[in-house]
Ligand binder design. Structure first.
Ligand SMILES: C[S@@+](CC[C@H](N)C(=O)[O-])C[C@H]1O[C@@H](n2cnc3c(N)ncnc32)[C@H](O)[C@@H]1O
Length: 282
């Protein structure tokens, strides 16, 4: 059973820096750009020192929130919530009824919860989960087991199982390993601690959006997409009268600020079987 996280207290590792001399050297350049990341920084935004390296700037997160939405989906799961950049944007500017943010570091999660309050996200709109996203996702997709969905929803703090036909996953993992800036084309198999294949395997068969370095290898992104199993989904008529198979569409979008790409997002479609379940009449 997956439980929602309680409100976690800010700790000594959560900071709202107001003076350059207090900011550790390696994050000073990010702090100097704080208003580009959080236009509302002065309202009391908190980050751990590590969170500065990975936080999604608000204008980018806002755009991604709209782009991640699918007509069939009412729920988005932010697998790596961090300090809340994307989760908050999903709650404020997305079109989802349910927003779930998972984060395994308690200090970072406390910052995310505080930042959501500061951004004006109404209480209860985001369901926060403190845990490992891979484990949590498996449990949420496993269904209610012996219990009816009604029994599950009565257990206080317990999160209802996800409906895979109505859920989109978003993942902005750590970009560890060899720095992506050191390679002209970033080899996604070397990304640590989770490489592209591991992320895709965890998310498939749900539709999922992966937030990755701007130089990511596009061929590798395309290669993890399974080939179509049937001819019926989106089959198109060729001009020569034959029916040709339409490949499942992988969309890759570069998100730029001030003329420079911050990151790309690879939008993977749902697996075919899920797609047909979503289309099936009730
Ligand atoms: C790049 S940051 C995410 C930044 C986030 N999008 C934001 O805007 O603040 C990656 C986050 O994933 C968390 N993380 C790493 N592995 C995780 C896991 N297996 N489950 C949940 N969270 C994880 C890290 O603690 C870190 O906060």
């Amino acid at each position: 059973m997956v439980q929602a996280a309680p409100d976690l207290p800010l700790t000594d590792n959560c900071h709202h820096y107001t003076r350059l001399q207090d900011v550790p050297k390696d994050i000073q350049k990010y702090w100097k750009g704080r208003y580009k990341i959080f236009p509302n920084y002065n309202d009391g935004i908190y980050l751990t020192d590590d969170a500065w390296f990975g936080v999604t700037p608000e204008p980018v997160a806002r755009k991604i929130a709209g782009d991640t939405w699918l007509p069939s989906a009412n729920t988005v799961v932010d697998m790596f919530a961090g300090a809340g950049g994307n989760t908050i944007a999903f709650a404020l500017w997305g079109f989802f009824d349910h927003v779930i943010g998972i984060e395994r570091n308690a200090d970072t999660l406390a910052c995310a919860q505080e930042n959501a309050r500061v951004a004006g996200v109404p209480e209860g709109v985001i369901t926060w989960i403190h845990g490992d996203c891979f484990e949590v996702l498996k449990e949420l997709l496993a269904g209610p087991g012996e219990r009816t969905p009604e029994e599950v929803s009565l257990e206080e703090g317990t999160i209802e199982p996800l409906d895979p036909t109505r859920t989109v996953l978003f993942a902005s993992p750590p970009w560890g390993g060899v720095s992506y800036t050191a390679q002209e084309v970033f080899d996604l198999s070397t990304m640590e601690p989770y490489n592209l294949q591991a992320l895709h395997d965890a998310c498939y068969p749900l539709p999922h959006a992966l937030y990755l370095p701007r130089t990511s290898d596009l061929q590798q992104l395309a290669d993890v997409l399974p080939p179509p199993k049937t001819k019926s989904r989106d089959a198109v008529d060729g001009t020569d009268g034959t029916t040709q198979e339409a490949e499942p569409e992988l969309r890759v979008v570069q998100y730029c600020m001030h003329g420079f790409s911050k990151a790309l997002v690879a939008y993977y479609p749902a697996a075919e079987e899920l797609y047909s379940m979503a289309q099936a009449p009730e």
